[in-house]
Design a protein around this ligand. Sequence first.
Ligand SMILES: [Zn+2]
Length: 471
Amino acid sequence: MAVFVLDRRKKPLMPCAERRARLLLARGRARVHRVVPLTIRLVDRLQEDSTLQPLRLKMDPGSQTTGMALVREPDTTDTTREDTIRALTVLMLLEIQHRGPSIHEALTQRSSHRRFRRGRLRHRPARFDNRTKPEGWLAPSLQHRVDTTMAWVDRLCRWAPVAALSQELVRFDTQQMQNPEISGVAYQHGTLAGYEVREYLLEKWARTCAYCGAHNTPLEIDHIHPKSQGGSDRVSNLTIACHDCNQRKGSQDVAVFLAKRPETLQRIRAQAPAPLRDAAAVNSTRWALYQRLKATGLEVEVASGGRTKWNRHRLHLPKTHSLDAVCVGSVDTIHNAQQPVLTIKATGRGSDQRTRLTKHGFPRGYLTRSKSAFGFQTGDLVKAVVTSGKKAGRYFGRVAIRATGSFNIQTATGLVQGIAHRFCILIQRADGYGYALTKRAFDTGEAGTGAAYAAALSLPGMNPGVSRANG
Ligand SMILES: [Zn+2]
């Protein structure tokens, strides 16, 4: 994973390899500016004296996790070559885990508690619903998704010379698919157009098997009038079915297959030729993000989910959020995709509520008024070296404070409870995110050791106090 490099005046330079960063620090040419993600500041260099290559930040916004990838683009200024292959070099893979459900839960709880309390006071007549939401309003849990993503776009632009952005905006390319039912777009297996058609069909048939209604299962494209009997590949002759139904139907005509289920047959016959209504409508959160990205003034490339999937299959990459981000937009080949993924979990900055409530909304227990204890705050990144006792060991992670001074540390591998504050060393102040470097891009599921950051912690010349000036 690349290390961010800043110049003397904190302007971004080209990110460098970890080895080089270590060397620069050892020679005293750089200081640690921030620990996670590792950012160093050169003491003897200015941005004006350095050559910068164009970097592109790609993102695949998801409902729970947004994948991001920082890539170096090939030099397109070389006009002697016309067949420039878009070979991208991956510098950094990130995954942002949103906290939409917890925001939704907290707000639902608040409103139900308020309703409960008001209802107890006196009778209140029903009120006219005469208040309108402002244009472009998003629910707080969705607004959070846009805000968090933008916060990271801003940060990465501050730490690296990002010149362009790519975003997956739509599921399928509406421009390529103008009225697919009418214009006669055909499905071709394995092509980009084929992938766009597939996404279109999934959307049109609501991601459920047309014959049995199964969802959350792999779905296949099915010819309503079978190909063997002269059925076409046109979109109006296609539907999606689960593997079982597809097998059972085989090369039968839909009328034969559904002879005993006339309602289903009628529904499919009615829906098949009807174009997807409101095909241009984009997911409102993604659209809001696109508007914010455009407002940065950088060039924004917009791509479809069909293209992402096509790229992913063509490049033989597994499906992960960050690798999907790499596959957004036009890509020919990629280098250096096998590297750790930095998982960034939006944790919030704690609550102002100083008492917990029972499920009925009555106060239960009181929390400490102070948000800090012994110089630490919940969410701070700490290193603890416990030399003796049952908890002996080295721990690195996010701390949760207690007034007693017995802290909990959330490490990459799990929660460690009851670590005394005197063993803890502050590495980085809480910034509303929890960090883990737990995965390699390719072998997902296996918990790593976070070796890169463990190594970073033993870098010579590193002073934990430096990171308090949150870059
Ligand atoms: Zn089925």
